[in-house]
Design a protein around this ligand. Structure first.
Ligand SMILES: [Zn+2]
Length: 442
């Protein structure tokens, strides 16, 4: 939707044109905020009229056959929903023109610090030597990548915004090659975008905590405003589950952070790492709900009974899974994870970099992929799996009662060209507007 090379200024301009298509979509006053989100100030109010909200399910017999919607007027104040009112087409404010309002999306696994995005196309090379081979490659290319990594992170953030995400969890390399520069550069980009975007940061020892000498840097990073302590394949990279995971857990406890490790390892070492982390979280309940395993591929290789057993342990311990929804040779047991209450979230991981070039930047596209992979085809099932994009915030509850948006909810919103959630997921409908904490991003 937004060309890759588009500048920040053009992005805002084009988006405003898109928004303004037809008649004067932006009322005076809002137009200023839309073209310069940084101007949005505390106490700012915003009115959206002709907003389509889901109001219930239609049934044929027992089966949900469709989704009912109506138009509303929504008032926003101080970054929150102030009221949801019957529609007033004469109200002064932004005319949403009947577009569907959904919760803004959350991109929950990405590397904003490390990308080619914003530069010319480059396919990945042939991989050699597994993750260790990639570490050797990174040691060569990172100094070059770092030269304009703030700029590229900003471009990447704009891509995510154009696809409806206003929040991301970004891993950021902490290793002896970039030292703390990947983090500092990304923090600059986030500072530039702070009125329209937020990120949780994970200090990520991409080159191993001990495989390269990263432990001291990780401790420094933990004191530099990160939210999570990362980790990487403890057996294959650091040679020890205990040594590597104990370091991660202790650092998280010492600095009151969460945990989000990359675990690509399958087989016994992968399963043992999951069990080790689950046990550590059970021993330290402060980590419950704050501990995540990204990828967690080991689960995909287990038989169904063992998958259920692991999912139950993870659900009980409050250990979540971050997934790119892989397909091909490996399908993650996402429905089983949901069954046991595991906190599942989705992300693109790589948009275009030396690891992968297939990320679209859309977490709605990942949700569509999940719907296809796991057979969520009906109106009801499609409407439910939207939770993967919104982190469990859904306009309707399972009975079809409207539960979102309500007064007090954060005004993190997308206007999307779809008639209902199910259509948005199935068609990967285009996002026409993003609002971050009451600020119109575009
Ligand atoms: Zn990753």
């Amino acid at each position: 939707m937004v060309p890759r090379s588009i500048s920040r200024k053009d992005f805002i301009k084009n988006s405003s044109i898109l928004f303004a298509a037809g008649s004067s979509l932006l009322a005076t006053g809002q137009a200023v905020a839309a073209s310069n989100p940084a101007m949005a100030a505390p106490g700012k109010t915003l009115t959206l009229k002709n907003v389509r909200l889901e109001t219930g399910f239609e049934y044929e017999g027992e089966e949900v056959s469709g989704t009912k919607t109506e138009l509303f007027t929504i008032e926003i104040s101080d970054g929150k929903i102030k009221s949801v009112l019957p529609n007033n087409p004469a109200a002064k404010g932004i005319d949403a023109k009947g577009l569907l309002l959904l919760p803004a999306f959350k991109e929950m696994h990405i590397h904003l610090d490390k990308t080619y995005y914003g530069e010319k196309w480059k396919a990945t090379g042939k991989r050699q030597g597994g993750v260790k081979g990639m570490i050797a490659l990174e040691q060569q290319i990172i100094p070059e990548l770092l030269k304009n990594s703030t700029y590229k992170a900003e471009k990447l953030i704009e891509l995510l915004q154009s696809k409806g995400s206003n929040i991301a969890r970004s891993h950021v390399n902490i290793e002896p090659t970039s030292k703390l520069d990947s983090l500092k550069h990304l923090q600059q980009a986030l500072e530039h975008k702070k009125d329209t975007f937020e990120a949780e940061l994970v200090a990520f020892p991409q080159h191993g905590i001990f495989y390269t000498d990263s432990a001291a840097l990780m401790k420094e990073a933990a004191q530099m405003g990160v939210d999570y302590i990362g980790g990487l394949d403890p057996t294959s990279i650091d040679g020890s589950i205990e040594k590597s995971m104990d370091f991660v857990v202790q650092l998280a406890l010492d600095y009151k952070k969460g945990i989000d490790i990359h675990l690509h390892e399958g087989g016994e070492s992968g399963v043992k790492t999951i069990e080790y982390l689950v046990n550590k979280v059970n021993e330290n309940p402060v980590l419950k709900g704050k501990t995540f395993i990204s990828h967690c591929f080991a689960l995909a290789y287990l038989d169904r009974k063992k998958q259920e057993e692991m999912a139950e342990k993870m659900g009980n311990a409050g250990v979540g899974v971050m997934s790119t929804i892989p397909f091909g040779g490996m399908i993650m047991p996402i429905p089983t994870l949901y069954k046991y209450g595991v906190d599942v979230r989705a992300g693109n991981d790589c948009i275009i970099d030396h690891w992968n070039t297939f990320g679209s930047g859309s977490v709605l596209q990942k949700t569509n992929l999940a719907a296809q992979l796991y057979g969520y085809r009906t109106e009801f099932d499609l409407s439910r799996i939207l939770k993967l994009a919104t982190h469990n915030v859904l306009p309707l509850d399972d009975k079809g009662n409207r539960q979102w948006p309500k007064a007090g909810d954060r005004a993190d919103l997308v206007l999307i060209d779809a008639s209902c959630s199910a259509e948005a997921v199935s068609r990967i409908s285009p996002v026409r507007s993003l609002i971050h904490r009451g600020n119109v991003v575009f």
